[in-house]
Design a protein around this ligand. Structure first.
Ligand SMILES: [Zn+2]
Ligand SMILES: [Zn+2]
Length: 338
């Protein structure tokens, strides 16, 4: 089978490999669609923990084509998506549902081979059946949608509350799309340039702000009358962290949903203390797949517009270059398989 392998940070290529055999409790999935995520570039560049050699890819859909145990035969032939979470299932954290805190936790696409490949191995406990009404591409987009859903869960947003999202990448747009479905009022999406703000409107933004042209805090304070109930920072930039604090209204919630590459910043604690702001970390979101499937199946949300460019796996260089250069009209590269 064909697979893209990162041998070590900065060094990757497509190789021909043996088709993997699923061990007991695992399934082999024939990949149908795999999206490229900006996080994959961090894996390629060696900026986040990963086990090399590694096939990246954590946003995928496919068909189960083999299982390791007879007891799991019923999965063979099923359309599936999956959680990427591999854990022990027996420790206290796993049993309490907090399996991402498991000491043996690892994630497909980071510390186990992912979906830039014709086949991948997934634990059977992580599989979810994908209804016929949901396309392969929309199925592969469930993983980033789960980040949006988990972030909004943590925000505690109630019907009609105002929201500002800073960042119009995949995470920011998924947050906006979920928030729209949840009944957020007057969603503002901000980005440094106008390049992606058309997509923000498709995700449900009532107002878009290019921060190169307007001062975000001024726009937010006027449009949301004194600030937003909820502000989601989805870029990881320190400047945007400060902007997020300044956009929240008194007693508002600020969600940190962007990876900051371990940068440091100074801030004024009184700006949090005096207005009673809540700053909430939103970097880990799990157990979202079945709810995302339901949201899609019931027609409450549709994020398929986020897949803008389609490729065969052989064209991985082009797919990755677009993810890096982010030209106008581009949002996400997707590998399609026969
Ligand atoms: Zn991703
Ligand atoms: Zn465990």
């Amino acid at each position: 089978m064909k697979a893209v392998v990162i041998e070590k940070p900065g060094k990757y290529r497509q190789v021909e490999k043996e088709i993997p055999v699923p061990p007991a409790g695992w399934a082999r999935v024939k990949v149908k669609a795999a999206c490229v995520c900006a996080t994959d570039l961090e894996v390629i560049d060696g900026n986040i923990p990963a086990d090399y050699p590694l096939t990246p890819g954590h946003e995928w859909s496919g068909i189960v084509d083999a299982v390791g145990s007879q007891a799991d035969e019923k999965w063979v032939g099923k359309r599936v998506v999956g959680s990427n979470d591999i854990c022990c299932l027996v420790c206290e954290e796993c049993r309490s549902g907090n399996w991402r805190n498991c000491s043996s936790f690892r994630e497909i696409g980071f510390r186990a081979n992912g979906a830039y490949s014709e086949y991948l191995l997934v634990p059977v406990y992580a599989l979810y059946e994908l209804p016929e009404s949901i396309s392969w591409v929309q199925g592969a987009l469930i993983e980033p949608m789960g980040v949006g859903l988990g972030t909004m869960d943590k925000s505690g947003l109630r019907l009609g509350e105002t929201l500002t999202v800073i960042g119009a990448g995949s995470i920011g747009l998924n947050i906006a799309a979920v928030a729209k479905a949840m009944g957020a009022g007057r969603i503002i999406v901000a980005a440094s340039s106008r390049k992606r703000l058309g997509f923000a409107q498709m995700a449900g933004a009532a107002k878009t702000v290019a921060t190169s042209e307007e001062k975000l805090e001024d726009v937010v304070r006027e449009y949301h009358r004194g600030g937003s109930d909820v502000v989601c920072e989805a870029t990881g930039s320190m400047g945007c962290f400060h902007a997020a604090i300044h956009c929240a209204k008194k007693s508002g919630r600020v969600l940190l949903a962007g990876y900051g590459s371990r940068q440091k910043t100074e801030f004024v604690p009184d700006e949090v203390h005096i207005p009673n702001l809540k700053i909430i970390g939103a970097g880990n979101n799990w157990n979202m797949v079945s709810r995302c499937i339901r949201l899609l199946e019931y027609g409450l949300i549709d994020t398929s517009f986020m897949a803008t460019h389609f490729f065969q796996l052989d064209q991985y260089e082009e797919a990755l270059t677009l993810t890096r250069t982010r030209p106008e009209g581009f949002l996400k590269s997707v590998f399609l398989f026969d």
